[in-house]
Design a protein around this ligand. Structure first.
Ligand code: SAM
Length: 190
């Protein structure tokens, strides 16, 4: 298939927005795959701030980063991403160039612990405040589970109403696939 698949496309978008030495956010650490990708992307002089409400995710991400020798450039918060603004030091506000959310539940863990639309939206709004112009937020929306479908609808409604003078908002989705595969919403601050 020549069309870019969803997860590689999410990375491509971030590669466009983020340079070495930049400051970025992983809003949903999970098992730390995206955190590792971001840590490699920003290089030795960059910084990654990561959030998750589950201890398990903090442990898994820490281990993954230690294995690759990249923990030094990453700060992990055992906190909800809705507390992003109060945790990311103000010296970095205005300089964040990329952020990713992988919504839903932690694979292999308690499926009852899922991201929620109100906290996701709160985090997006906080990010839009502290991002640099042309900084990009990538949201990978998993809508195969019940709460996921509700979150999708609320989020899409919110994203469609973001003032076009404030941000460009893209939806990237295969529309003829079975079983509700994930899709992307990308928000580029103007
Ligand atoms: N990106 C991850 C990876 O690379 O493995 C997968 C993320 S997983 C689909 C979603 C994660 O979001 C779960 O680990 C869950 O604990 C976390 N989560 C749920 N609500 C959250 C919140 N309010 N703030 C931060 N993380 C949250």
């Amino acid at each position: 298939m020549k069309l870019e698949r969803i997860l590689p496309f999410a990375k491509k978008i971030l590669e466009k927005a983020v340079r070495r030495g930049d400051i970025v956010v992983d809003a949903t650490l999970g098992n730390g795959h995206d955190t590792l990708f971001l840590a490699e992307l920003v290089g030795a002089n960059g910084l990654v701030f990561g959030f998750d409400i589950q201890e398990e995710a903090i442990t898994a991400s820490t281990e993954r980063l230690i294995q690759k020798g990249l923990l030094e450039r990453v700060t992990l918060f055992h906190e909800g991403h809705e507390k992003l603004l109060e945790n990311i030091p103000s010296i970095h506000h205005g300089n964040v160039t990329g952020a990713i959310f992988n919504l839903g539940y932690l694979p292999g863990s308690d499926k009852a612990i899922v991201t929620r639309p109100e906290t996701t939206i709160s985090a997006v709004e906080q990010l839009l405040e502290i991002m640099a112009p042309e900084g990009i937020i990538v949201i990978v929306i998993y809508h195969g589970h019940d709460e996921g479908a509700i979150e999708r609808d609320i989020l899409l409604d919110y994203c469609q109403q973001i003032d076009q003078k404030a941000a460009h908002v893209l939806q990237y989705q295969f529309i003829n696939q079975q079983k509700n595969p994930p899709f992307i919403v990308a928000i580029e601050k103007r």
